[in-house]
Design a protein around this ligand. Structure first.
Ligand code: NAP
Length: 275
């Protein structure tokens, strides 16, 4: 893509953010659709100045990741209803200086599940009680799923369960959890704890859908165990691609080029394997 005086600017804010796959996804999407735009990564130290810069430089849209998903909210002009209900923003749309916050994590996770299972009426064991768990738990409850929250810290887990109208189960009692779907939303299983898994193998029953939203590595210990137990395993990649695709739709108003985005992510992760 040729950059020139008309190139529109987009980016992701987070800290750390240099490992992010979002630039790969969005630059592939802009290039595939012939949109004259570029997507960069920013590690702002101060939210007020970042938001000011977004307006001053006319940065058209931003993805928001850890640790800014809630701290950015007071600086926005308005919140979309789902983002308000979740209480976290992962997307900003800048319309002539008016900044609107959205949350596409929830819809990204839902789309990933819907590829393999009819969601309404199912039971879901949600491991973790952080921002991602809250977004996923809320959309699943709204889709008629019976959610059980399993979390290391009882107070955080109970608080999320209460606010969602879900059941809380402690990590020690995870055997009592029953589900058609299990979603792992903690960082356990990522590169730094690659051999760890919070869920004992016996909880994974044949036919269960098991999604780990961690995507580096692609096959976490949980997903390897799930496949061996006859479950349908979903990595964190479909959620990542779908949440980015919804961001692209919000920013441009056009259908996201999903096949190009998937191809770009596969290429990038292949590079991971080589290192
Ligand atoms: P967060 O708000 O910091 O929540 C972290 C959760 O993980 C908390 O429930 C915490 O439990 C639990 N946890 C952390 N370390 C643990 C450990 N060693 N043992 C047991 N539990 C532990 O983070 P988040 O925003 O929800 O993100 C969580 C993960 O999801 C990150 O790895 C992120 O990269 C990934 N993610 C992926 C996608 C995607 O598109 N695939 C989208 C969003 C996020 P306590 O309450 O006990 O502290």
């Amino acid at each position: 893509m040729k950059l020139d005086q008309h190139t529109a600017l987009y980016g992701v804010i987070g800290n750390p953010v240099r490992h992010s796959l979002s630039p790969t996804l969005h630059n592939a999407a802009f290039s595939a659709t012939g949109i004259n735009a570029v997507y960069l990564a920013f590690e702002p130290s101060d939210m007020a100045s970042w938001v000011g810069a977004m307006r001053t430089l006319d940065i058209k849209g931003a993805s928001v990741t850890i640790p800014f998903k809630t701290s950015v909210i007071p600086y926005l002009s308005e919140m979309a209803p789902l983002a308000r209900r979740i209480g976290a923003v992962n997307t900003i749309v800048n319309t002539d200086g008016r900044l609107t916050g959205y949350n596409t994590d929830a819809i990204g996770a839902l789309r990933a599940l819907e590829e393999v299972i009819e969601v309404p009426g199912k039971r879901c064991i949600l491991v973790g009680a952080g921002g991602a768990a809250r977004a996923i738990g809320l959309i699943l409850k709204e889709k008629g799923v019976a959610v059980s929250i399993v979390n290391r810290s009882r107070d955080t887990g109970e608080r999320l369960a209460r606010s969602l109208g879900a059941r809380f189960i402690s990590l020690e009692a995870v055997d009592a959890a029953e589900g058609d779907i299990l979603i792992q939303t903690t960082p356990v299983g990522m590169w730094s704890h690659v051999d760890q898994c919070l869920v004992p193998e016996r909880v994974l029953r044949q036919g269960m859908v098991v999604m780990d939203i961690v995507y580096r590595p692609l096959a976490t210990r949980l997903l390897r165990m799930a496949r061996a137990r006859g479950c349908t395993a979903i990595s964190g990649i479909p959620m990542l691609v779908y949440q980015a695709a919804e961001q692209f739709r919000l920013w441009t108003g056009i259908d996201p080029p999903l096949s190009h985005m998937n191809k770009a992510i596969k290429e990038a992760l292949k590079q991971d394997d080589l290192h």
